[in-house]
Design a protein around this ligand. Structure first.
Ligand code: NAD
Ligand code: MG
Length: 476
């Protein structure tokens, strides 16, 4: 029998959300020129949190103009001066991390345990890390005096709103670029709070501009003729559309798209440790993770033992209030995403796989999906091929290492993979053969600003993080 938990909610009072927000252009908040707005809701309660501006073409023009104007002075500053601003931003993020963590959990639905212990520390670390590069660009391996590109247009998704902002903005500013960033329409608030942090840090006007809006705002931004660099994280479908828009314009482009990672467990792996890694791989952030370990490849000889342990562990996962400190799995980010997850899970059953989920009570309002696993999955099933982007694991089996490699690589994606085995030589052999940008060994979903991240094939191109991440923002 598991112990009952008393509720342990984090206080909402640490964050003060205004009833409405404007666009952040040239250091000021202002309404959209045509006055359009949209609402952002908390996916765990469907409560409206705030109303934000929907940027149109003339707002995009104004933001790019502000960024262009700011570029001249910002790019001419010595790197050591730019570093001071980035260090200041990093420290303010640390100081305000509790407020930002609660805000992120409210707007996105992710558990406070994750926003507090994973997202926010990584956001601050990313700014600290790239602050350190700003005065050392001549030693990064891109020539003695590498130059910035100009104005960067950046479009990010809703799964890690503030972390994806950090991945985009920190290296861009360190290298001397100015930015116009568009957060996702379901999670605009932390980017607007970041705009406030830029003001608090005394960042010169126009260096960072934040445009809230939907896909049409993103499309106008990436198509703007005075943008020099486009960085996008999101779906492969939109990534392809952006690649078509940017083709032939001379704009530099990086795309970080979806994934369908294999988490591969060999018979000699420590089973309990592997189970933790599988759970972290697919249920972290409700499975809204591009590098999620959504395909479990288990060696046939340990399948029964592993699945039994995995089901036992899944039965202890707590689904519910994102602000409760004991919650493991929060709310699905939007009604649309929930519908997508449901329809893919239904296709799994229709195509003949066996569905299993622990008994678990879901709240009556908000968007929820119980942690789910499918056995009897074949490589042709949609749940083995398509990115579900939810808490759904597809289990496949293999007999030999060669078969594991073949099945792991049998996907249009190539973002990440995991290997669980006691044998070091097998880890190296496998890692060499897996077509994935990141390969974790006996762990999963580990992130660090010093380590490059990015994909092969339909997972996109370009690297974010580490020294490699500078290249995307330098004229090299
Ligand atoms: P999306 O790609 O539509 O949205 C991502 C961002 O792109 C948002 O800010 C959106 O406003 C913007 N956008 C949409 N259309 C655009 C366009 N034509 N030009 C420029 N920007 C545009 O993703 P989604 O619809 O929220 O999710 C759909 C699926 O994408 C998910 O189910 C998941 O499989 C995948 N996804 C992947 C990631 C990732 O991190 N790789 C993130 C989010 C979603
Ligand atoms: Mg929201």
């Amino acid at each position: 029998m598991a112990f009952e938990y008393a509720p342990a909610p984090e206080s909402r009072s640490v964050v003060d959300i205004a009833p409405s927000y404007g666009l952040f252009i040239d250091g000021e908040f202002r309404p959209a020129e045509d006055g359009k707005v949209f609402k952002t809701v908390s996916p765990s309660s469907e409560e409206v949190l705030s109303e934000v501006a929907q940027a149109g073409q003339s707002d995009v023009d104004a933001a790019v103009r502000a960024a262009r104007k700011a570029f001249e002075k910002w790019s001419a500053l010595p790197g050591s001066e730019r570093a001071k601003y980035l260090f200041r931003i990093a420290r303010i993020i640390q100081e305000r991390s509790r407020e930002l963590a609660v805000l992120e959990s409210l707007d996105n639905g992710k558990p406070i345990r994750e926003s507090r212990d994973a997202d926010l520390p990584l956001v601050a670390a990313h700014f600290f890390y790239y602050a350190g590069w700003a005065d050392k660009l001549g030693h990064a391996g891109f020539g003695a005096d590498p130059k910035p590109l100009g104005v960067a247009g950046q479009v990010i998704p809703w799964n890690f709103p503030l972390l994806m902002l950090a991945w985009k903005i920190a290296p861009a500013l360190a290298c001397g670029n100015t930015v116009v960033l568009k957060p996702a329409e379901t999670t605009p608030l932390s980017a607007l709070f970041f705009a406030d942090i830029c003001r608090q840090a005394g960042l010169p006007k126009g260096v960072v501009n934040i445009l809230t809006g939907d896909g049409s705002t993103g499309a106008a931004l990436v198509a703007h003729p005075d943008v020099n660099k486009v960085a996008f994280t999101g779906s492969t479908e939109v990534g392809k559309a952006i690649a078509r828009t940017v083709a032939g314009t001379g704009k530099k482009l990086t795309l970080e798209l979806g994934g369908k990672a294999a988490n591969i467990v060999f018979e000699d792996a420590p089973i309990d440790q592997a189970v933790e890694g599988i759970v972290n791989g697919i249920f972290f952030n409700q499975g809204h993770v591009c590098c999620a370990g959504s395909r479990l490849l288990v060696q046939e000889s340990v399948q029964d033992e592993l699945l039994e342990a995995l089901k036992r562990r899944m039965s202890t996962l707590r689904v519910g209030d994102p602000l409760d400190k004991n919650t493991d799995i929060g709310a699905i980010n939007s009604a649309e995403q929930l519908a997508r997850i449901k329809s893919l899970a239904d296709s799994g059953e229709a195509e003949g796989a066996q569905r299993w989920a622990p008994a678990c009570e879901l709240p009556s309002t908000g968007y929820w999906f119980a942690p789910t696993l499918f056995t009897g999955v074949s490589q042709a099933h949609r749940i083995a091929r398509e990115e579900i982007f939810g808490p759904v694991l597809s289990v496949l089996t293999f007999r030999t290492p060669a078969e594991a490699v073949e099945k792991a690589n049998n996907t249009p994606y190539g973002l990440s993979a995991g290997i669980w085995t006691e044998k070091g030589s097998r880890i190296l052999w496998m890692a060499d053969k897996l077509r994935a940008g990141v390969v974790w060994a006996n762990t999963f979903n580990k992130f660090d600003p010093t380590s490059p991240f990015g994909g092969y094939k339909e997972s996109g191109f370009g690297r974010e993080g580490g020294r490699h991440g500078l290249e995307a923002y330098l004229n090299v």
